[in-house]
Design a protein around this ligand. Structure first.
Ligand code: HEC
Ligand SMILES: [Cu+2]
Length: 365
């Protein structure tokens, strides 16, 4: 019976261990793809081995004592009890203190290193955590758009960056709506921004601004997700970082600066639906969304100016691919049905309205 239990425990332990294996894991701090993530790994590995050493010494001691002095039949006498041993006590006070001091030196050095001011040519991005998606605003002067009195470039879900450049992120908790009203403040919760392959984890706290330095060595896609429980759909608050080669980055910035182009045909009908109040007092998309070059300038929801740009790969907290038409239709049919508790209401859109709105959204390159 006891043996069987032991085997079962060993089996479950092994399964748990194996569940940690994933050859293509996308959120892996142990495979850093930039210098800042590299620094963290360089700290983690030595601290890990120190911890392994301490674990083996302490656990080993406990196991050894438990076996050596275990109760045995016929041995009623308890072993000699020791009270006070100056040499031992000094030893087990000084040894951990030395180990901790040894660990502290590289830890503090890394903290300072990562808290450094960014270089002058760093790209500044304000990251806002909302329920349940990420908003990115490129605040540098050369990132002003050609519309809205030179509003800054804004994008949702996918943070686009150039390779080999330092990105200086300012993290702000923004509640339900950016610059929120009283209702929005109800949604003021803490999020945490984490792209394991590019930088450390940092909390996004309403009312204060935290910073992260980030850099990607190569073009590519780096995944992350909100790392601080922030409500019902916390698990669906994903994010991607798309690092582009220099020339692709230039092209991206140029395109982002452009206002949307008024479409024709079905997409034009969609645009009218989007900009005008919906019939029967159902409300209006422009209460929350912005589309550059139109009257839609509300900041409460994702900026849709370049919704269909190829870099905007995913929508609504990166849970669905933007190219997935069925998913987009389902989202418009009723956001709550696919993302329970979503802050975008159900507008009871008809299938015709959905077709037109989808055509419009896909025209927003
Ligand atoms: C009350 C505010 C509000 C209104 C009005 C609103 N939305 Fe949204 N919308 C949101 C929020 C908030 C999100 C993000 C929700 C999430 O990801 O959890 C969103 C997400 C979206 C997205 C995905 C965007 C992306 O890049 O992730 C689309 C597309 C969209 N809305 C279209 C519309 C359309 C079309 C209308 C009008 C029928 C509309 N919305 C009306 C708040 C609103
Ligand atoms: Cu969150």
């Amino acid at each position: 019976m006891r043996k069987r239990l032991l085997w079962a425990a060993a089996g479950i332990g092994l399964l748990l261990l194996l569940s940690g294996c994933a050859p293509e894991a996308t959120q892996d701090t142990l495979q850093p793809q930039g210098p800042y993530a590299e620094k963290l790994k360089d700290l983690f590995i030595p601290v890990f081995w120190v911890a392994v050493f301490v674990f083996i010494v302490v656990e080993g001691g406990i196991v050894w004592i438990a076996i050596r002095y275990r109760h045995r039949k016929g041995r009623e006498r308890i072993p000699a009890q020791v009270h006070g041993n100056t040499r031992l006590e000094i030893g087990w006070t000084i040894a951990p203190a030395l180990i901790l001091a040894g660990v502290m030196v590289p830890t503090v050095a890394t903290i300072w290193d990562l808290a450094r001011k960014p270089p002058d040519d760093a790209i500044n991005v304000t990251v806002r955590g909302l329920q349940w998606w990420w908003d990115f605003e490129y605040t540098d002067d050369d990132m002003r758009t050609s519309y809205g009195d030179g509003a800054s470039i804004r994008a949702a879900d996918v943070l686009v960056i150039p390779e080999d450049r330092v990105i200086y992120l300012s993290l702000e908790g923004a509640g339900g709506g950016i610059g929120g009203d009283a209702e929005a403040r109800d949604y003021m919760v803490i999020h945490s921004f984490w792209i394991p392959e590019l930088a450390g984890k940092q909390d996004v706290v309403p009312g204060r601004t935290n910073h992260i330095l980030m850099q990607a060595d190569h073009p590519g896609m780096y995944e992350g997700q909100c790392a601080e429980f922030c409500g019902l759909q916390h698990g669906r608050m994903l994010v991607r970082v798309r690092a582009l080669a220099a020339e692709d980055w230039e092209a991206w910035v140029e395109n982002q600066k452009q206002a949307s182009v008024a479409p024709t045909g079905l997409a034009r009908e969609g645009m009218d639906l989007f900009l005008e109040p919906l019939s029967d007092g159902r409300g209006s998309c422009v209460t929350c969304h912005a589309v550059g070059g139109t009257d839609a300038t509300a900041p409460a929801g994702p900026d849709l100016t370049h919704f269909a740009d190829p870099t905007h790969e995913c929508f609504a907290g990166c849970n669905w691919e933007t190219s997935d038409r069925d998913a987009l239709e389902a989202w418009l049919r009723n956001p709550d049905a696919v993302k329970l508790g979503s802050k975008m209401p159900d507008y009871h859109l008809s299938e015709d309205e959905i077709d037109a709105l989808v055509a419009y959204l896909y025209s927003l390159k």
